[in-house]
Design a protein around this ligand. Structure first.
Ligand code: B12
Ligand code: SF4
Ligand code: SF4
Length: 346
């Protein structure tokens, strides 16, 4: 088969497997590697030390596999239309991406199936490596190079029709395929995401100080959340979708259709009192089969305490639980609860 024929086979199979977008990039030195180096040098990675490792691999995906000639990049829509707005009840909000089955597992399984089908259909041997989120890959940049969309000013990979609620994954392979052209940037003069970010984490267009981002503070940062952000975190207890909710390209984006992604494993709103009281059994039920286990039980409790301090009109039971948490054994929970009690005038 010629590279053009192989490419159309890859794309056809990927679409049949359920991916919403598929494109091919040439894996090579990144033209915007300097942005990544500057980003690290500014300290924007916060306590995510792993992002400092393997920088030279991130800057050149060809280093991921000897003889790599192509990157098959895919996107899977996870957009839900039932986004809850801030409510008055003492409940916490979770980001859309964590509500369905664990996307790492879903995309990896789909990509493994793609590789199996290719092996059956192609008459040439090839090597490959599959990545979804956790590898040393600048996934958005690779996806943008493969024409899946452009990197928006909120740093999300964004597509004109599908918006940005997209999971990304890639197969780096020795197969020779036809690269796609990158998509052009349609952000124009818009600055809605920068204006709406509650913690001013988007310090400039295309630049996110992750150490200020609510997704980082609630999911990645394991210790005490600095007090300056507690109020701005509002009712978010796992991640944040604000810079995507305000994006005009998400207003008309279609709803996700993949069955495992659209199941409701983690509810959109979780009672904060239950979260702050979370025991190991409840934690296991909450995180089973989802990406929610990225956050430990005490981090969920810490996040709940912060959100409780931002809730209006706390009931007697909520006051009791929060007061008790002010003496919690976990220092981050204790810190969050004490700050929350202060904000609530207790
Ligand atoms: C670390 C990480 C985070 C960190 C840092 C996020 C960030 N923007 O860097 C935190 C914890 C904050 C985070 C948050 C979220 N994440 Co995250 N995260 C990652 C991870 C593991 C690495 C990203 C990384 O390397 N960041 C470092 C920065 C510098 O790299 P970058 O974002 O790719 O930025 C490039 C461009 O911005 C550009 N650039 C930078 N500066 C400039 C300046 C100019 C002028 C230009 C032109 C370009 C430019 O160059 C950079 C380097 O190539 C990726 C998976 C992966 N391996 O890629 C998922 C990933 C990016 N996350 C994802 C998701 C879903 C989220 C959240 C939406 C989750 C949530 N709802 O809470 C939020 C979104 C927040 C946001 N606005 O980005 C998806 C994004 C899918 C998409 N459509 O873009 C990914 C790709 C995982 C996946 N496989 O699906 N995440
Ligand atoms: S996810 Fe939330 S906190 Fe992070 S950049 Fe977007 S709006 Fe800001
Ligand atoms: S909100 Fe506006 S500036 Fe931000 S990513 Fe969307 S289109 Fe671009």
């Amino acid at each position: 088969m010629t590279p053009i024929e192989k490419t159309s086979l890859v794309k056809d199979l990927a679409r049949k497997l359920g991916f919403d977008r598929v494109g091919i990039a040439h894996p090579g030195p990144s033209p915007i590697a300097m942005h990544y180096r500057q980003w690290l040098a500014h300290g924007y990675a916060g306590s995510m030390r792993y992002l400092h490792r393997n920088a030279e691999i991130r800057e050149n995906p060809a280093r991921l596999l000897a003889g790599a000639r192509s990157a098959i990049c895919v996107a899977l829509n996870y957009h839900r239309l039932d986004t809850p707005t801030s409510g008055t009840a003492a409940a916490g909000r979770v980001a859309q991406y964590v509500r369905g089955a664990d996307y790492h597992h879903v995309l990896r399984t789909m990509l493994a199936e793609l590789v199996d089908q290719l092996r059956r259909r192609l008459d040439e041997p090839f090597e490959q490596r599959v990545f979804v989120d956790t590898g040393p890959v600048l996934e958005r940049e690779l996806a943008a190079a493969a024409g899946l969309g452009w990197i928006g000013k909120n740093t999300m990979l964004l597509h004109e029709r599908l918006g940005s609620y997209l999971f990304l994954g890639e197969v780096i392979t020795t197969l020779e395929l036809e690269p796609d052209a990158p998509a052009s940037d349609h952000c124009g003069n818009c600055t809605r995401c920068l204006d709406a970010c509650p913690t001013r984490a988007l310090v400039a267009p295309y630049q996110l100080d992750a150490s200020r981002c609510i997704a980082y503070l609630t999911i990645e940062h394991r210790a005490e959340v600095p007090g300056q952000f507690h109020e701005q975190i509002g009712d978010w207890v796992y991640g944040c979708d604000v810079c995507q909710q305000v994006c005009p390209f998400n207003k008309r984006a279609p709803q996700a259709t993949h069955a495992e992604i659209t199941t409701d494993l983690v509810p959109a709103r979780l009672p904060l009192i239950d979260l702050l009281n979370l025991r190991s059994g409840g934690y296991r039920r909450l995180t089973k089969g989802t990406a929610a286990g990225r956050v430990s039980r005490n981090m969920w409790r810490r996040n709940a305490a912060i959100a409780l301090g931002n809730a209006k009109n706390l009931g007697t039971e909520e006051v009791e639980v929060l007061t008790e948490a002010c003496e919690d054994d976990d220092p981050a929970v204790r810190h969050a609860a004490r700050q929350a009690a202060k904000r609530s005038g207790l």
